[in-house]
Design a protein around this ligand. Structure first.
Ligand code: CA
Length: 314
């Protein structure tokens, strides 16, 4: 079978930064492009952050595409204060990186996804770790790709645990519930890596010290970026034990679903409050197209995460 090709759709973002590192390091897929989304930051900041991080990691052959600047139901977007508290004003823990030498591609992100779906079909994995606006727009513009894309593994939602925006709602889904609902209802094979599992994969300063000890510039930068996030988790009382590896867990599961226990369940997203829940309309359908990760092998994942990041940051 041909090698898997991966597209990340990121609102870069501290944990998005680690999703890039993990995707470049994993031997199980080629990262063929990054879509940029609004979310943790404005879309242009997200694109710029991705370009800078790719450059830092020596991956200047991975193109970055600009996505939508706001949700499918709004006309504009402003970064929420809480996002800046958690990710820093620039999205990457207020760590200043050199300007990227190359620009974003001229093709819009949704069009890039459509092209890639036709080219790679079943071998294509799309990993959105921000709002689902870009992917829903691509699926709506060219409905053929719904059956072509092999695997969508997203970071978002919460099924068995509370949300992080409301008692039911997770932040990525909350940005554009309508787009998310479209993706959950139409995807051929969707894996939801939600708060159910991502809040069980926490990183501490013990691990970021390992990156510092590598003695490289990229090791120091990633440690500085993630330490900001660990301190925000502590300061905002999100979790005092460490900070969640939300987005890089989705990348890990995308290439190796055995890291988690998957519950087959056809899902929907409520438009009014962004709740990710079973879809009563499709409950009797014997074919399940959505799968919710409900348990994770934390030790195995963290071990792999540190191996990959030490490799690429070393
Ligand atoms: Ca993200």
């Amino acid at each position: 079978m041909a090698r898997k090709k991966m597209i990340l759709d990121l609102d870069t973002g501290v944990d998005d930064a680690l999703a890039i590192a993990y995707a470049l390091a994993t031997p199980d897929a080629d990262l063929i492009g990054i879509a940029a989304s609004y979310g943790n930051t404005l879309v242009d900041t997200a694109a710029e952050n991705s370009l800078k991080l790719l450059e830092l990691l020596g991956a200047t052959d991975v193109p970055v595409y600009r996505g939508f600047s706001h949700s499918s139901t709004t006309d504009d977007f402003e970064t929420m204060d809480i996002s800046m508290d958690i990710h820093g004003k620039n999205g990457i823990g207020n760590v200043e990186l050199a300007a990227a030498a190359r620009p974003v591609e001229s093709t819009p992100a949704a069009d890039f996804m459509i092209e890639a779906a036709h080219t790679y079909q079943d071998n294509l994995i799309i990993v959105p770790t921000g709002p689902l606006t870009n992917l829903a727009a691509a699926m709506q513009k060219d409905p053929e790709i719904v059956d072509l894309i092999g695997n969508i593994t997203l970071m978002g939602g919460a099924l068995t645990v509370p949300g992080n925006v409301t008692p039911y709602t997770e932040a990525n889904i909350n940005q554009d519930p309508e787009a998310a609902d479209y993706v959950y209802k139409h995807a051929k094979h969707l894996v939801m890596v939600g708060l159910d599992v991502t809040m069980q994969t926490l990183l501490t300063k013990k691990e970021t010290q390992e990156w510092r000890d590598l003695g490289t510039e990229k090791g120091r930068v990633f440690a500085d970026i993630f330490d900001y996030y660990i301190e925000a988790y502590d300061r905002l009382d999100i979790d005092k034990r460490g900070a969640a590896l939300h987005d890089p867990l989705a990348v890990g599961v995308a290439v190796d679903p055995k890291l988690v226990t998957l519950l087959p369940i056809n899902m929907m997203v409520t438009h009014e409050d962004g709740r990710t829940i079973g879809d009563p309309e499709r409950a009797l359908d014997p074919v399940k197209t959505d799968f919710a990760a409900v348990e994770v092998d934390t030790a195995d994942y963290l071990d792999r995460f540190m191996n990959y990041t030490n490799q690429i940051l070393g």
